[in-house]
Design a protein. Sequence first.
Length: 361
Amino acid sequence: MTLTAGGLVQRPAAEIETLRADSTTIEDVTMRPGSADPLSALSGRSYEIEAEIALPGTGAATEFGFRLRTGGDRHTLVGYDTGTGKLFVDRSAAGVDYFTEHFAGRTEAPLSLTTVDGERRLRIRLFMDTSSIEVFGGDGRVTISSLLFPGPDDRGVACYASGGTARIVTLTVHRLRDVFRVTDTGPEPAAEPRGGEFRSGGLGELTVVPAGHWTTTGAGRTGVFDRDSTAVSSTEYGDLELTSLVRLGGPDGTSGAGSVLLRALPDTADGYALNLDPNLRTVRLFRKDGGRTTVLAEAPLLIRPGLGLALRIRARGGRIEAFVDGLPVVDVTDTHHTRGRIGLNVFGGRAAYQDTFVTAL
């Protein structure tokens, strides 16, 4: 079929390769901020995009590219920054990223553009799969690969230009069949996990600092993160008694350490932290001062992943006592922090807190 300037045409699957279900081609379309999106009618989970995009000599876009697997506020950006001369993949809004603070962000690589008839041009080819993306810039001179975890309904496709104009010389989107299923129908969305109950008192509202994934499961309030994540109470205490059933890691071999924070600032930079670590097999009491930590007490303790520990902490004046399964493990006097919030913490894995009650003394 003959393509007209700015027009679309659907090619039948018989004309293209076996994995390509169908294709849509666009030619000679100028993009600018606020202009209509020429890909607005397309959607999908798995596709291949081949494009050549040109920048005019004056009034060129400062950035251009694609928004992939869009849905609500979620999307992955694949684009080119003309100021830095870099191709990039930005997955800061790509979807699920709670499992580590290092996942979300931008990956980029320098890539010079070629010049054709006074225009700077970029040739780009990318493969979008259910949960991964492969990007090839400049006929393979630069490649970027990333994992993504979008929602099952995040299927939108868009192209954009910011700060000026960019011309689509030619752009083809090939919708790809799924090679691992007998049909081209997507899988049913996974069932939502059954919730649990967090039995607690005296904590008020909990706010997660700085990031992490906290849910209510059968084990109580459960946090999962690869570094420090703390659910901080809205209530403050001076003298207090706290009880909690703490479960670190899981019976399936999942690891994780945890701490209960006392008299802490909302950002957790100051306060006390009673730390339980199955890997080190210790219980320690830290004092935090502006993010710096001082060990006030340490005792050996065998902690088995997946098994609950009955924890009781009593803080009265400068004296802090802690008991695990009824046995005294910490008895320290320190007067640096006299009042603050409670925090439930996970570090490097999974930690759950159940029957967590705080009483002012």
